[in-house]
Design a protein around this ligand. Sequence first.
Ligand SMILES: Cc1cc2nc3c(=O)[nH]c(=O)nc-3n(C[C@H](O)[C@H](O)[C@H](O)COP(=O)(O)O)c2cc1C
Ligand code: SF4
Length: 457
Amino acid sequence: MRHFVYKTLDALQRAAEQTGAAHVHFAANPQEVRQVLAQSVRVGALTVGNSIAIQPMEGCDGTPDGNPDELTWRRYERFARGGAKLIWFEATAVRQDGRANMRQLWITPRNVGEFARLLARVRELHRQEWGSADDLLLPIQLTHSGRYSVPRRIIAYHNPYIDQMTGTPPEYPVIADDELERLEDDYVIAAGLALDAGFQAVDIKAVHGYLLSELLGAKTRDGRYGGPLENRLRFIRNVIGKLRAASGRRLLIAIRMNAFDGVPFGCEFETPYLYGWGVDAANPLREDLREVKQAISSFRECGVELLNISLGSPYYNPHIGRPFEKPDEGNYEQPEHPLTGVDRHFRIAAELQRAFPNLPIVGTGYSWLQKYAINAGAHNIAAGAIRFLGVGRGALAYPDFARDALEKGELDERRCCKTLTYCTYLMRQKFPSGCPPFDKEGYGQIIKLARHAAKEA
Ligand SMILES: Cc1cc2nc3c(=O)[nH]c(=O)nc-3n(C[C@H](O)[C@H](O)[C@H](O)COP(=O)(O)O)c2cc1C
Ligand code: SF4
């Protein structure tokens, strides 16, 4: 079913009202959009040159050793020229056994020089196009993929609904406390390498059901890392403490964190629902942000200076994290109007930004709005509902959207992501991920190969 049928901003605004998407509003005037998005943002001791962020977008195109490869370079070169001043570098594994695919980036002492070269290139290209890269911030997202690691899943606790979806038997062992403690050190080592490579910021990734995200919701886990909230925050707090001890304040610490996991789509759950993060136990289809706020306070105290809020899981409820027009092949259709999904993102991010006005938050879930994403972002920033407009798929399709946003206050409809989800399809087929419809030169051939491989399988 086609949802995005709006020819004007007024028509989209009316649809938001009719759908009950009460948090979806737009700045209509291109001049206002330009001005708001051009505002610089203070992040810790740094000043980021505008309010536009490119979300971390994994390309699954590294070498087997974890180095950035040709397509990785191409993606960041395009982002560098694009004009966003916050470019959130994609999921990068801290350990080989924490990679979600064999082409995921993985930072090691052997390849830190490659990361440094790529970073220098991004800064140089950005400087050439935009005059300065001093106000460009590139946090690197450090990850362990936990349950979605290959070849062997590593789980933090048993959520029977996710176990069922992922074929995890009830007797499958959970990662031991001692192993988690060692893993904290791997994060610190990887962050040190990131610093050596020239990154000014690291993101201790806790989103989308990967290991640290799962730990936040490990209410039924025993031991030092499960049960009470204090234990579930322990891993991230320990990493930050160790990082500060090792690197002082030379690295800015960011977190991309889920604020609401939801439940696996279509599962018949019982209440109270004892699993997950940010969910209301009495109705896990709704968020309950009390613990999320306590976690943010706690991370703030340890020195987190930038937060990027996301929701859901690409594996078990993709409509929550990335409202879409069309699912990837074989996946379920949108069970709600995408505006409801956009509204959920906006409502939750706004509640958190208002609760923590001094902590810059990057908002997520804008791409479904197509050319009006920047109007929504400008509205939300002006209203104090987020500090950065974060664009994910939209940036794969239109890597220089920020230029048009900043120069014209309008995007070119013909170049906007239509959330048709071929990028996810490529990822699922274990091919490098990009935007075949709007980047034929990069991915036209790759999608053909992926389809061919799927047919042969
Ligand atoms: C191909 C692809 C790769 C992604 N890679 C990452 C990643 O490395 N880290 C992350 O936190 N989120 C990742 N995401 C999620 C996006 O950052 C973003 O949260 C999501 O696409 C919703 O934002 P959008 O509506 O602007 O696309 C990825 C999404 C897609 C489609
Ligand atoms: S393939 Fe391109 S148009 Fe489709 S969702 Fe991904 S980025 Fe958007």
